[in-house]
Design a protein around this ligand. Structure first.
Ligand code: ZN
Length: 168
């Protein structure tokens, strides 16, 4: 999970929501991925998808049986689907996602035996730390947008001739 957290910091450095993923088989790290849908112009560029794609390329197999995926945030439905298609043995995630989480928070895709025969899920690993990285990112983004609005107001104020809006 520490490696997934490091990948999440790469996303933060790129200005993307900091989520990171690592795909391992036994002790071997096969691939890592970080969230970057904005930079990639790709709604599917979630950390899990990036790690799954890289791992499948690395082992030249679209199925990754016996592999475990560590990700700092609960996977969404898209990623849950890809995880099932790849036959991932186990998913370990950090923070829960009350908005799009598909491992129990909003829906539980892996609990449906008709969909899932392969993947066990462990959630809440380093939950506080993984969640803190996301909270600090959004807090920073809100602070930056407040400052930008304040700067825009100040600029607008300075460009007006003082008193020009006052009726004579
Ligand atoms: Zn996802």
């Amino acid at each position: 999970m520490a490696l997934a957290q490091a990948a999440a910091e790469q996303a933060r450095a790129a200005g993307e929501v900091p989520v990171g993923a690592v795909l391992v088989r036994g002790d071997e790290v096969i691939a890592t991925g970080f969230n970057h849908p904005i930079g990639a112009h790709d709604p599917s560029a979630h950390a899990e998808m990036v790690a799954l794609r890289a791992a499948a390329q690395a082992v030249e197999n679209y199925r990754l049986p016996g592999c475990e995926l560590y990700v700092t945030l609960e996977p969404c439905l898209m990623c849950a689907g890809a995880i099932m298609h790849a036959r991932i043995a186990r998913v370990v995630f950090g923070a829960r996602d009350p908005k799009t989480g598909a491992c129990g928070s909003v829906v539980d895709a892996f609990a449906n035996p008709q969909l899932n025969h392969h993947t066990s899920v462990t959630g809440g690993v380093l939950e506080t730390e993984c969640g803190a990285a996301l909270k600090s990112f959004f807090a920073e983004r809100r602070r930056a947008s407040r400052e930008a609005r304040a700067a825009a107001r100040a600029d607008a104020g300075e460009s007006d001739t003082p008193g020009s809006a006052e009726p004579l």
